[in-house]
Design a protein. Structure first.
Length: 255
């Protein structure tokens, strides 16, 4: 009986937690961790698919890049494109371009393409409601599973953050370290940007994020999968699926 009461009280306490406050903390930790990506070398595999309206593949491209130390500074090199390895001549050409960009004061090799670069994603903790759905285990670590949906009355500060008005999904948070481990989100309705003049993000657009814990205890992005359908300036229509997998993280020291 005492065990049952203890479990019940713990479950009630979990339901009554301020999950938005937890999300703020987890999101802030994610932003700090992702900035540390600049200290890491890694390999990244990207698959880009341009889709037809019926969902069939119109065009496909696969690339593999590696971020590494080159002459004391980070640089990113193409390793493979569509299954064909980079030749020594192509590598030499890239090295020459890296040296030239450094001389010009615009070094290549930044670990770009991460959430939060223009600020709109930072509205994520405030724009949604979070409810505890349950607990799971991912890679042997206990996580909370939060269901998220639009927060009534929230007004986006950034025009791109309007996507949160029509978004729902789930967030997985590591119970011990409070870091975001996984995100699944989907647009359940079309969102117009600039009254539809600037563009529209169609219903069904999906986003998936997986993060891993490095040997140094830093959580970094392992995989993103974005399937989106957008209309730009009333004329251009894009229906793409982009999967990015990052692995072989190595903490490196610049000279």
């Amino acid at each position: 009986m005492k065990t049952f009461l203890l479990i019940t009280s713990l479950a009630l306490a979990a339901q009554q937690r301020d999950w938005r406050a937890e999300m703020r903390q987890s999101f802030e930790r994610m932003m700090v961790s992702e900035k540390k990506l600049e200290d890491y070398g890694f390999t990244r595999r990207v698959l880009r698919k341009e889709m037809n309206a019926d969902g069939s593949v119109k065009k496909e491209e696969r690339i593999v890049v590696r971020r590494e130390l080159f002459e004391g500074e980070f640089a990113t090199f193409l390793i493979e494109k569509n299954g064909v390895a980079t030749t020594p001549a192509q590598r030499a050409q890239t090295e020459s371009e890296v040296r030239a960009s450094r001389r010009s004061g615009k070094p290549r090799g930044r670990a770009s393409g991460r959430p939060g670069e223009d600020g709109w994603i930072e509205e994520f903790p405030e724009a949604l409601l979070y409810t505890l759905e349950g607990e799971e285990s991912i890679n042997g670590r206990k996580v909370w599973v939060l269901r998220c949906e639009p927060r009534p009355g929230y007004k986006a500060k950034n025009v791109r953050a309007k996507v949160f008005e029509k978004m729902r999904g789930k967030v997985w948070i590591d119970q011990l370290e409070k870091d975001i481990v996984r995100v699944d989100a989907e647009m359940f309705d079309t969102v117009s940007v600039g009254f539809g003049v600037l563009g529209k993000i169609d219903k069904g657009t999906r986003f998936h994020l997986d993060r891993i814990r490095t040997s140094e205890g830093i959580w970094l992005t392992a995989k993103t999968d974005v399937r989106f359908a957008v209309r730009i300036m009333l004329f251009k229509y894009m229906f793409n699926d982009i999967v990015s997998e990052t692995f072989d993280y190595r903490l490196l020291a610049k000279r």
